[in-house]
Ligand binder design. Structure first.
Ligand SMILES: [Zn+2]
Length: 163
C-alpha cells in the first residue's frame, strides 16, 4: 500500500466530508500565512485556525519566492486578504544545505543545473527578513504594510517575531 492509498482510505473514512457548498473562498480573517512544508508545523494548531479563515502557502523553507508572490497576488487581489504572516523555523532543512552544494548535487546526478534559487540560508532570521522585504517591495501586491515575520522554535513551539 502506498502513502497515497493510505490517504485515500482515510479520506473515504471521514465522517465530515468537507465544507458546505455555499461557503466562501474568501478567508474570514483576510490573512495569508506563508510557512515551511516541515511536517512538525501544523498551521491550524499553531494559530488555532479553523477552515475558511486563512490562506496557507507552504514551500521548502517558507520562503517568499516568485511563486509565493503569484499566490499572494491572487490572494490579495481576488480573495480580499490584507495581511501576510511569514513563519520560518529552527532546524529547517534549508539550513543544512548550501545554494551551490545542492545545485552541484542536482547537476552531477542529472546533467542539468536548476535556474531556480534553492533559497538555502545560514541564519533563519536573515531569511525571514529577506522574505519580508520581498513582500514589502512587490509591485504586484496592493497590501504590503501589514506583513510580519516570525521564527518558530520547533522544539518549544514558541514564536519569535523578526523585526
Ligand atoms: Zn523548514
Amino acid at each position: 500500500m502506498t502513502a497515497t492509498d493510505e490517504l485515500l482510505a482515510r479520506s473515504e473514512a471521514r465522517t465530515n466530508p468537507g465544507p458546505a457548498e455555499d461557503s466562501s473562498p474568501v478567508p474570514a480573517l483576510h490573512v495569508a500565512i506563508v510557512t515551511c512544508m516541515d511536517t512538525r508545523i501544523s498551521v491550524p494548531e499553531l494559530f488555532g485556525l479553523n477552515r475558511g479563515e486563512a490562506h496557507i502557502l507552504r514551500n521548502a523553507g517558507g520562503v517568499v519566492t516568485d511563486d509565493t508572490i503569484r499566490s499572494l497576488a491572487l490572494s490579495q487581489r481576488k480573495l480580499q486578504t490584507r495581511e501576510v504572516v511569514i513563519v520560518q523555523h529552527t532546524s529547517c532543512g534549508l539550513n543544512t544545505v548550501t545554494e551551490d552544494s545542492f545545485k552541484d548535487e542536482l547537476e552531477t546526478d542529472t546533467g542539468l543545473r536548476p535556474t531556480w534559487a534553492v533559497e538555502a540560508f545560514g541564519d533563519v532570521h536573515d531569511s525571514v527578513r529577506r522574505s519580508l522585504q520581498r513582500v514589502r517591495r512587490s509591485d504586484f501586491l496592493p497590501n504590503t504594510d501589514l506583513v510580519r515575520g516570525f521564527v518558530l522554535d520547533v522544539h518549544s513551539g514558541k514564536l519569535t517575531e523578526v523585526g
